[in-house]
Design a protein. Structure first.
Length: 324
């Protein structure tokens, strides 16, 4: 088996670099006698037996695993790069997994159109340290159980990062109850740095675009990017209601009007695109949109989970990146 030279470096470590160590460890187990002696067990359980035992005690094991992982990150104090606003990003998203042809418990149709699971991950920092991971059925809506997951993740994130946090969520999690989680967290932890939120997208399908265009004419900062195309950015305060409470939330709007398409064809009726973002940030509209665009980096972290899972050929997700 090929030997690897491991040296300390200031470079970023790729997520699956630990596979070389795993391979060395497996190669060192030459007999069942050594393995059973090292683990002080009478016999090696089969795969099904081991899975059943782990499932039986999973609820008891989970708090221990979470604390150990949290303590590990707290002790090593990883180098975390804040955003331009000084916030540390906390990115949460669902990543459907393709388990087509499998009969495993929980495998069902995902919104991607294939059978599998739809786990939700929460990452801290631009480096993508996973501080929360819930394995969910494929058919489960992305918002179900999310508020509880976010509440735990925010508490854990503030035990590691000293900066203010910015929670970023996709449009599937555009729910006032997620905003309430952030507000309740800030109220309960006034002595800690604030947690802000940035959620995309406000769904404009039921909105009258002509009305928003009229508002943009009054409030918007128009940019003429080319002939026949102009873009306006502006913000409005919007009332949202939840459990008898009223919340005033900032909505950042981008509206695009095209009278000439990209091929130079003049349009009989102007084409209007409308987008929106909910946020508690007090920065420019341009910065809000850019900060949300950076949220797309979390897609790369999803890929690392899936690649490593396939390489290891295991049924469960690798646990060395995540707390839960």
């Amino acid at each position: 088996m090929k030997r690897f030279i491991i040296e300390q470096s200031s470079a970023d470590i790729i997520s699956h670099s630990g596979l070389s160590l795993i391979g060395q460890a497996i190669n060192g187990i030459e007999s069942e006698f050594y393995f059973t002696s090292a683990m002080d067990i009478d016999e090696i359980p089969g795969e099904a037996t081991l899975r059943q035992r782990m499932d039986k005690h999973a609820i008891s094991f989970l708090p221990i695993v979470e604390k150990a992982s949290r303590d590990f990150l707290s002790n090593i104090q990883p180098a975390l790069r804040p955003l331009s606003t000084g916030h540390m990003p906390v990115d949460a998203d669902v990543t459907p997994m393709d388990n087509s042809g499998s009969h495993k418990e929980g495998v069902s149709r995902t919104y991607k159109g294939h059978d599998g699971y739809a786990p939700m991950a929460v990452y801290l920092g631009q480096e993508g340290y996973c501080i929360g991971f819930e394995l969910r059925e494929g058919k489960q809506h992305c918002q179900k159980d999310t508020p509880a997951l976010l509440a735990r993740a925010l508490r854990d994130a503030q035990k590691i990062a000293a900066q203010p946090l910015l929670l970023r969520l996709d449009g599937g999690n555009d729910a006032i109850e997620n905003i309430e989680v952030v507000l309740a967290h800030n109220e309960a932890h006034e002595d800690l740095p604030v947690v802000d939120f940035l959620i995309n997208k406000w769904n404009p399908r039921r909105q009258d675009k002509a009305d928003w265009l009229a508002i943009a004419e009054q409030k918007g900062k128009w940019i003429y990017s080319r002939e026949g195309k102009r873009v306006a950015l502006f913000s409005v305060q919007t009332a949202r209601h939840w459990k008898g409470h009223n919340y005033s939330v900032r909505r950042v709007i981008r509206i695009i009007e095209r009278t000439i398409d990209k091929h130079g064809q003049r349009l009989l009726v102007p084409e209007i695109d409308l987008e929106g973002w909910w946020t508690s940030l007090d920065v420019s509209e341009e910065d809000v949109i850019q900060l949300y665009a950076d949220h797309g980096a979390s897609e790369q972290f999803h890929s690392e989970f899936k690649i490593s899972s396939a390489c290891l050929r295991v049924n469960l997700l690798p646990m060395h990146w995540c707390w839960a």
